[in-house]
Each structure stands twice: as C-alpha cells, then as structure tokens.
Design a protein around this ligand. Structure first.
Ligand code: FES
Length: 283
C-alpha cells in the first residue's frame, strides 16, 4: 500500500481505507487491541502512513489502542443524559467496578468509557454494554446491568428485557410504512425491506424491537456479508446513514414514526446501530 497521495481518486481512497480496516481488524482479533508494535509493523509491511493508520484506528469504536476488557461499558454523559443524572450513574459504575473511566478491571472483564452522545437522547441516561442499549438507567439498576453482562447479553428475553422496545419505522424516501403485521417477529409486526447481496435479491423481515437482532429472510445471508437494502414500496435504496462505527459498513437509515431516525448496520452479524429519537413516540 502506498502512502497517502492527494491525487488519489475517491474509489482509490475508499479501497485503501477498506484494506486498512481489514488489516486492523485482523490485529485487533489477534491481540484484543491494537498494540503499537503491530501498527508499526503494518506501516512497514504495507507502506500505509502512520497518520492514516492512527486515523482509522481512532475513528472506529471497534478498535482500541489499549487492552480492553471482555465487556465494554459506555456511559453517555451528553447533555440530555447529563441533566438526567448520568454522572451519578457513571460514578456508580466506577464504584462497583473499582476503576475510573478509560480503565479496565484487573481481571480484564470490563472496560469503562464515557461518551458524549449515543444518539438516543430521549431515553437517557443511556448505558451501552457490548452494543446493547439500556435506557433510563438509574444508579440502582447498574449492578443488575453489570451482572447481566457477565451472564451474557446475547440471551435476550424479549418479553421482559429492558433493553428492547418496539419501533414503528418508514422509508426515508417515500415515507411509506415498512411495518408488516402479517409477518410478526418477537410478537410484533416486523420491518420488511428488500435485500440484495451477491446475485440474490429477496425480502428480509427484521424485528422491530430495538435491541433484538432476530431476523427472517428469503435467502440466508452469510455472516459478514454487506447487503444493500431497498424500500419494497418505492424501491429506493435505503442509504445515507453514514458508516458503522463498529465495522465501517454503510448504515441503513429509517424514519421512526413519531420522530427520529434509526440506523442499522448493513453487515450481517454486526450489531452496530444508532437511534436518534428526540421527541419520539414509540409504537
Ligand atoms: S445525550 Fe445521551 S444519548 Fe444523547
């Protein structure tokens, strides 16, 4: 890989960033973080500039320059969460884990970070553990959240879990509802879109519960494949949501009925999602 050249075309820049992300993912998977030595080796091996390498490494939240614990706890201290006592919640996490924000517990179980906004301001204070959103967290709830993280957050009981709540969404282009009551998932109408990947083109039904990753589809989508999603009504591609902070794939935006936007990562298996529901009314 050549060092950055200002004369590169946009596709060339995107290809270079893509291969850099893949190389960093490999290093992160091997070490659990990005050791400085490994980044210097990457620089020597590929010729990518250190500015580019550190730029990508610090932009995506999936990468870490410091060793991380098994579970990443992010406490939002943005304005909306702050006024709802988020600092007290953060202090309670620090007290129970006996670490400060930015640190990792000695047993490497938890890393704690504070962030400025997670895009779900109406639900504050918000805590995210390993990509799972916990809304309206009180200090008394913190120990329960940490315990459920230890027990495994992927085991969601959708009927009772506070991390999941239903959203009704529409196409950002034609405003037509994407809800499909004839194909319920998790006991709620699913979100129906059309998905294209490889040479396949078929329907996908997503759970409308924010926090549930249950999905049904016409064609099985292999893990890690990035799909293009389309509105089944106006056939416009659901695009324009930027890129996933976890993996760099394009985000798929949808309008939340009642106000706000939800974005989901287009990569199968990635749990990157973002919710901005300022003033929203939930389904
Ligand atoms: S301020 Fe906390 S989610 Fe926006």
């Amino acid at each position: 890989m050549k060092p950055s050249a200002h004369t590169d075309s946009k596709p060339q820049q995107q290809a270079r960033a893509g291969s850099l992300i893949a190389a960093l993912e490999e290093i992160q998977a091997r070490h659990g973080y990005l050791p400085q030595k490994a980044l210097l080796e990457l620089h020597k091996r590929t010729g990518a500039s250190l500015v580019d390498i550190y730029g990508v490494a610090t932009f995506y939240r999936a990468f870490s320059l410091k060793p991380r614990g098994k579970h990443l706890v992010s406490v939002c201290l943005g304005t909306a969460c702050h006024v709802n006592r988020a600092p007290v919640v953060a202090r309670e996490v620090e007290r129970l884990l006996d670490i400060k924000a930015g640190d990792t517990t000695n047993d490497r179980e938890f890393t704690l970070e504070t962030v400025n906004c997670l895009g779900a301001c109406a639900l504050g204070p918000v805590v995210v553990v390993d990509g799972h959103y916990f809304p309206a967290v009180s200090p008394a709830k913190v120990s329960e959240i940490l315990q459920s993280s230890r027990d495994g957050l992927n085991n969601v009981t959708v009927e009772t879990d506070q991390r999941v709540f239903p959203l009704a969404v529409a196409c950002a282009r034609c405003n037509h509802s994407l809800m499909d009551p004839t194909h319920p998932i998790d006991g709620h109408p699913s979100i129906r879109v059309t998905a294209a990947f490889d040479s396949k083109h078929g329907w996908v039904a997503l759970s409308c519960l924010y926090g549930s990753y249950n999905v049904d589809n016409e064609y099985e989508i292999p893990e890690d494949v990035v799909v293009n999603m389309f509105c089944p009504h106006c056939h416009a591609e659901l695009l324009g949501g930027g890129t996933c902070l976890e993996c760099g794939a394009p985000m798929v935006p949808m309008i939340v009925r009642g106000g706000g936007i939800v974005q989901i990562c287009s990569r199968r298996g990635c749990r990157g999602h973002m919710l901005d529901v300022s003033g929203a009314i939930f389904a």
